[in-house]
Design a protein around this ligand. Structure first.
Ligand code: C2E
Ligand code: MG
Ligand code: MG
Ligand code: MG
Length: 300
């Protein structure tokens, strides 16, 4: 009996494995054509100050809309892009698109009390997520330098985010690249901080500007004492090392207020807004981030 069940299970699993392999192969084929068919776009999520809810920056997040597969989340296609090497071309597209958007925002105006004035989006940096595979590309730094020059974009207006786990997996090759990026003047953030290896030695090896506390700690921090303790510890560590600390995944006012009280100066999350397409972001910023004094209750 047990043997039969075991064999059936094995058949069942291998059929399922085949299915998954096929689905993955099909996704890979669609992904190969996605750039050429213009199926990617960028959404942007604001980063806000805990005090006063000022707009501090926007993070570009890649979206893939395929006519057959529909909207595919980055958690599904980014790993495939990384394994196949497609991430270099896709990542280059993201960098180009985000810096072109930054340039477009420089001349964006809105209605002020005394006529047209600069839109808040014209005053903030843009963040782009980087894969370790991109960091391993010797062309990355010269490409970014050329891109910035072409756009007339000051390097400090570009922020690059790399996850802690990717950084630790490639610490040696990443070190020189990160130093070269830093020498260009771009800002560097460690994304998903706290979920990678527990070795913190790299924080003194790399010249980092910002830690982004992973959203898994933020999500339950009000009810889970361990998450609260870890969040507090990361904030204290960041400040001791003179880094800015961002909480990502802030979903409600109570969490935003507690983080503010803990001196976490920068917040990002659905509490403010989901990542938005450009036109919606421009509207959102005008409605929610321009005049915080006029009291949007979500911002305490
Ligand atoms: P990430 O860089 O840590 O980005 C934050 C993710 O959390 C985004 O998911 C965002 O939509 C989501 N998020 C924001 N606020 C909240 C919140 O309050 N609650 C919850 N539950 N989630 C929130 P998204 O857009 O699905 O991206 C997932 C990951 O995919 C990113 O995590 C990043 O690692 C990667 N990714 C996205 N775009 C790119 C890209 O252009 N290049 C590379 N290499 N990776 C990218
Ligand atoms: Mg990020
Ligand atoms: Mg993150
Ligand atoms: Mg992530």
């Amino acid at each position: 009996e047990a043997k039969t069940t075991g064999r059936d299970m094995a058949l069942f699993y291998s059929a399922e494995t085949d299915q998954r392999a096929l689905a993955r192969q099909s996704m890979e084929q669609h992904l190969r054509r996605a750039l050429g068919r213009d199926e990617f776009s960028l959404h942007y999520q604001p980063r806000m100050s805990a005090r006063g809810a000022r707009l501090l920056g926007v993070e570009a997040l890649l979206r893939w809309n395929n006519p057959v597969l529909g909207m595919v989340p980055p958690s599904e296609f980014i790993p495939i892009a990384e394994e196949t090497g497609m991430i270099r071309a896709i990542g280059a597209w993201v960098l180009q698109q985000a810096s072109a958007q930054w340039v477009a925002w420089q001349s964006l105006e809105c209605e002020g009390p005394n006529g047209p004035m600069a839109h808040p989006l014209s005053m903030v940096p843009v963040s782009v997520n980087l894969s370790a595979a991109q960091l391993g590309d010797p062309q990355l730094v010269p490409d970014i330098e050329a891109l910035l020059a072409r756009c007339g974009m000051p390097a400090h207006r570009l922020e690059l985010e790399i996850t802690e786990s990717q950084l630790m997996d490639h610490a040696n090759s990443a070190e020189r690249q990160l130093a070269a990026l830093k020498a260009l003047g771009v800002q560097l953030s460690i994304d998903d901080f706290g979920t990678g290896y527990s070795s913190l030695a790299y924080l003194k090896r790399f010249d980092i500007d910002r830690l982004k506390v992973d959203k898994s700690f933020i999500h339950d921090m009000l009810t889970n004492p361990a998450d609260m303790a870890i969040t507090r510890a990361i904030i204290a560590l960041g400040h001791t090392l003179n880094l800015k600390v961002v909480a990502e995944g802030v979903e409600d006012l109570a969490t935003a207020q507690v983080l503010g009280a803990l001196d976490c100066e920068e917040l990002q999350g659905f509490h403010f807004t989901r990542p938005l397409p450009v036109a919606q972001l421009e509207q959102w910023v005008l409605q929610h981030a321009q005049r915080p004094a006029h009291g949007d209750s979500r911002f305490g």
